[in-house]
Design a protein around this ligand. Structure first.
Ligand code: V47
Ligand code: SF4
Length: 380
């Protein structure tokens, strides 16, 4: 089919020939409103890489504290040290959550939080150590590069050593958070002081050099411009060329509720969500997976995004707080049946994966493992 936007014709030829897209190609994609062609091209790449499969996992989130020394202007989750909503979980609460995850059949715990003013690095290390000791089958995807950079500032020890130390006691992989927008024109406005682009990328490089896998994100739909998004994607593509350690890219739509940045900024439109998904898939030609995180996009857009480059919709999640603090109206959790229906309705084949994309084969229906008595959310 011929693109309705003639500017996309040359890019279409490149994508079909498997030729890498340039920064200027990225800008041309950004400038186009030919959503149909963007989706068609992204879907071509998606199907080449992942066929007709959409992945999901059975996971839970754990945010051990919301107290944070930083003040990212987009953040609705953080609290001051003595703020009325400040919390720090104790060891018992943390283990109880890991136990609940295990009982519900989770293969992964996603552990991230604030950078607490007073807690030492050993507190963060201890969380990984005790959970892994008690529940060794649970994959711990823990601490964003921003947190690792903070641990270095706390301990004055190189992140490389800290990563190796935590790997030895059970760290499984790194999540993709904290990347926001790398370009300093934006980064210094939305999250000054925390790890900059080079520091974020360095932590992931070091983790990859240790043989680990990680994810990457991009926070879009606020004050950034198209050139900042393309710059961000190309920096990630550059590191992936070097290490091959990234598994999944997750574009994160800005949620404007309860944070200073959101005061005059609306939520990104459906068009922008789908365009960003498609452009990410097209620019990140060396990333195996692109995720439509349903908690962030909403269930409906996540379902459609499977035709715009996404081959993963994340998991059951449970206990998500970052997006709910920022105004997400997605449910707190989805059942496995709901996730599978969401995927099948889009004409894809649902495959449960573990964190490292091994297929999970269950000997009993996953649903029977949901035993807490809490009602499960059902898709309409
Ligand atoms: O780094 C914070 C973002 C991220 C807001 O690796 C916000 O599999 C939008 O990285 N509006 C954390 N976004 C979440 C994250 C993530 C999520 C799911 C899966 C994975 C993975 C990683 O959330 C932060 C920041 O970029 N964020 N506040 C907000 N108001
Ligand atoms: Fe702290 Fe993370 Fe929120 Fe920034 S996004 S204020 S680092 S919790």
């Amino acid at each position: 089919m011929t693109p309705t936007d003639p500017a996309l014709a040359a890019i279409r030829d490149k994508v079909l020939a498997g030729t890498r897209l340039t920064f200027d190609d990225g800008l041309a994609l950004e400038a186009s409103t030919d959503l149909f062609t963007l989706g068609e091209l992204a879907n071509h790449v998606r199907e080449q890489k992942n066929g007709n499969v959409t992945y999901y996992n059975v996971n839970q989130h754990l945010n051990p504290t919301n107290v944070c020394v930083y003040r990212c202007t987009f953040c609705s989750f953080r609290s001051d040290l003595k703020g009325p909503t400040a919390f720090v979980m104790n060891g018992e609460q943390i283990l109880a959550r890991a136990r609940e995850a295990t009982e519900q059949g989770a293969t992964e715990l996603h552990v991230v939080g604030g950078l607490h003013h007073q807690l030492p690095y050993e507190w963060y290390l201890g969380i990984i150590k005790v959970i892994h000791r008690e529940f060794p089958a649970l994959h711990l995807k823990a601490w964003t590069a921003v947190e690792w950079d903070w641990f270095e500032r706390l301990t004055k020890r190189p992140t490389k050593d800290l990563l190796a130390e935590m790997k030895a006691v059970g760290l499984g992989s790194l999540p993709g958070g904290g990347a926001e927008i790398f370009h300093p024109d934006v980064r210094t406005v939305i999250c000054d002081y925390k790890a900059d682009a080079d520091q974020w990328l360095r932590v992931h490089r070091e983790w990859h050099e240790l043989g680990g896998k990680s994810n990457a994100t991009m926070l879009y739909g606020h004050i950034e411009k198209p050139e900042h998004r393309i710059d961000h994607l190309l920096r990630l593509r550059g590191l992936q060329d070097e290490t091959g350690g990234f598994q999944t890219f997750i574009p994160l739509a800005f949620h404007p509720t309860n944070n200073p940045l959101g005061k005059d900024i609306p939520k990104p439109s459906g068009l922008m969500d789908l365009k960003t998904m498609a452009i990410s898939r097209l620019m990140l030609d060396n990333f195996p997976h692109v995720k439509a995180y349903w908690q962030m996009l909403g269930i409906k857009t996540a379902q459609v995004a499977q035709s715009y480059g996404a081959d993963d919709i994340d998991g059951t999640v449970v206990h998500e707080t970052i997006y709910h603090a920022a105004g997400s109206d997605s449910p707190q959790q989805l059942s496995v049946a709901d996730l599978r229906r969401l995927i099948e309705e889009a004409g894809r084949v649902p495959v449960e994966r573990d964190t490292l994309y091994h297929e999970v084969v269950r000997t009993q229906p996953a649903e029977r493992r949901w035993s807490t008595g809490r009602p499960l959310v059902t898709l309409n």
